[in-house]
Design a protein around this ligand. Structure first.
Ligand code: ATP
Ligand code: MG
Length: 579
């Protein structure tokens, strides 16, 4: 490719809304172009990098026997009503109607479509297992689209779905995909961890997320160096300390004027925060009957803990959007809570959920449901009880590992993929069954597996860049090499550059020759910004047949004969192109 003919539009500065390196660099290199918030187009360099990732994915999917298909993004509501997710999915789903008022959505994911496809074509155990995948656009009207391709409203996902006759088959499909995902992300040059994850709106019993490690990542993961346990912090179970053996003291109401926060009341009463109970108040609605109005929920956790909203949603068996912080004034008149002074004693007409740890705590301080008052020596079982007792807290750095008890560590990451065991969550309601050897109908055991293809591209840039630009791994680079002609008016330079260009291109090294009539400084800046792995500069030394050879990832610039530069580039690319 000749830079003079390329549809190339590099920017010195990124728009101010771009906050993280991948967003800034994908815009500055002109690889992506924003249409509206969370919706991007791909320019020639962008699509090339994306296709590299897609090729890696296709090779790894084909290697585990998955077959590629392509489904429509447009999905009829009826299938989602069958699975029960039409109401459960919430405002992220992009809904629309046709001219006859029939309801559709733009698919945020495709479980229903694949289940429907397989149930209408597979009837016998002899046809199983089946694994189908596609690489296709998904639509989610995210509340906060941000960070460019990281969280967009239209994005490309590779999703596949496995159909097995029994749990053993599903276990194998799951492990095949798990391994294929590890291969994909390794080949893309990502430093990642596979961690236990919550299964969220997709459902099912068992799930892992693949997180590319990055300080800018939205996902917090916790891991244990002792036993290897690793999970998203929203998923990680908490290991409660054994119940306290302290003697229960007499309940006492205290005047605690103006102490609306845990910090204030504990300072006022001279108590450590772990001796206090924190109240968190929510309102919920039934997605199947949103007009029925709100119900109120009061959650209680130890004062020094953080609530894990995912655990709360799971305890309520409600999707995230149906559980929000309560309107405290409305909740106060209905339940007797008092802003800043709510405790479990004196509340009425609301669901009370206690964190499991509180049942073993003794002589706690809690709001008295009366302005400017708290109780001390509050004890679960004696003074109050809950409708539900579950683990509601976030596992954080330093908390004990739920498996071995060692202090946990934490890191941030970008969720680039997730694998789920769905079991029969979709096959039972949607009657996706097969006949076994005894002619009995059995539901298929399903798994589903997703890779955020566009997010993976962003994650690669997030991990591979410096202050000058992107540093592509060979496997994903839009082009492998850049030949910079320092002075296009110099015939010797042009001739030698063309010679190298031809050699590289013939050998399958994807090369851009920068033949633009620009100052050398501009070309070098662009070469660094675009970040192709090899740079060959053809300048004054061309007269002696020499060129400068440099790798974008670092190392010295070397003055070597043109032929050797070409050979080195070919060898490097051949060694690393598969990743
Ligand atoms: P998140 O928790 O980040 O919202 P998710 O768990 O809802 O993602 P999945 O349903 O597991 O996403 O989708 C599979 C993959 O699709 C994710 O692992 C992620 O890489 C990608 N993905 C999901 N949402 C987005 C988005 N809004 N923009 C870009 N990629 C996304
Ligand atoms: Mg996910």
């Amino acid at each position: 490719m000749r830079a003079s003919q390329m549809f190339l539009n590099t920017l010195r500065e990124a728009p101010s809304e771009a906050e993280i390196p991948s967003h800034i660099l994908l815009l500055r290199t002109g690889m992506i172009s924003k249409l509206v918030s969370g919706v991007y187009g791909f320019m020639p360099l962008g699509i090339r990098a994306l296709q590299k990732i897609e090729t890696i994915i296709r090779e790894e999917m084909d290697a585990i026997g998955a077959q590629e298909v392509l489904m429509s993004a447009l999905q009829p509501a009826e299938l989602w009503q069958e699975s029960g997710r039409w109401s459960a999915y919430g405002p992220e789903m992009w809904r629309l109607r046709d001219r006859n008022d029939r309801e559709f959505c733009l698919g945020p994911t495709h479980e229903e479509i694949f289940t429907d496809t397989v149930r209408s074509r597979v009837s016998s155990y002899r046809q199983l297992p089946i694994s189908l995948y596609q690489i296709q656009h998904k639509y989610r009207d995210e509340a906060r689209p941000r960070f460019g391709l990281m969280r967009s409203r239209e994005f490309i996902m590779k999703d596949n779905y496995s159909f097995d006759r029994d749990k053993a088959g599903l276990d194998k499909s799951y492990m095949d995909n798990y391994r294929a995902y590890s291969n994909v992300f390794t080949r893309c040059g990502l430093d990642f961890r596979a961690v236990e994850a919550d299964s969220g709106a997709i459902g099912g019993s068992n799930s892992h997320e693949f997180c590319a490690l990055a300080g800018t990542g939205e996902e917090e993961i916790v891991y244990c160096d002792g036993c290897g346990m690793a999970a998203t912090s929203e998923r990680a179970a908490f290991r409660d300390a054994p119940a306290s053996s302290e003697e229960m003291l007499a309940l006492e109401k205290k005047l605690t004027p103006g102490t609306k926060t845990i910090e204030d009341v504990c300072a006022f009463l001279g108590l450590p925060q772990e001796k206090s109970v924190k109240a968190l108040l929510f309102q919920t609605f039934d997605p199947d009957d949103p007009d029925a109005g709100y119900k109120y929920v009061a959650c209680f956790i130890r004062g020094d803990r953080q609530l894990n909203k995912t655990k709360l949603n799971n305890a309520l068996d409600l999707p995230d959007y149906a559980v929000s912080f309560a309107d405290e004034a409305a909740m106060a008149s209905a339940t007797g809570c008092v802003g800043g002074f709510t405790g479990p004693i004196g509340l009425h007409d609301c669901l009370i959920i206690a964190d499991s740890e509180l049942t073993g705590c003794r002589n706690m301080c809690a709001g008295a449901c009366e302005a400017d008052h708290h109780y001390i020596n509050v004890n679960y079982g004696r003074d109050w009880s809950a409708d539900k007792v579950v683990d509601l807290k976030l596992l954080q750095e330093g908390d004990p590992c739920p498996v071995c008890g060692k202090p946990m560590k934490s890191a941030r990451g970008i969720e680039v993929g997730q694998v789920f065991k769905l079991g029969t969550k979709y096959s039972v309601p949607m009657k996706c069954t097969f006949k076994d050897e005894n002619q009995q109908d059995q539901p298929m055991e399903m798994g589903c597996y997703g890779i955020g293809v566009t997010r993976t591209l962003a994650a690669v840039v997030e991990q591979h860049h410096d202050e000058h630009g992107i540093i592509w791994p060979v496997s994903v680079a839009p082009y492998h090499a850049m030949i910079v002609i320092v002075n296009i008016k110099d015939e010797a330079q042009c001739a030698l550059a063309e010679e190298i260009y031809e050699k590289l291109t013939k050998a399958g090294v994807e090369t851009v020759i920068d033949d633009r009539d620009e100052r050398a400084g501009v070309k070098f800046k662009d070469a660094d910004l675009l970040g192709f792995p090899v740079r060959i500069t053809v300048g004054k030394a061309a007269a002696e047949g020499n060129v400068e050879y440099k790798l974008r990832r670092g190392g010295d610039m070397e003055l070597i004969p043109a032929g050797e530069a070409a050979e080195r580039a070919i060898a490097l690319v051949n060694a690393e192109r598969r990743g």
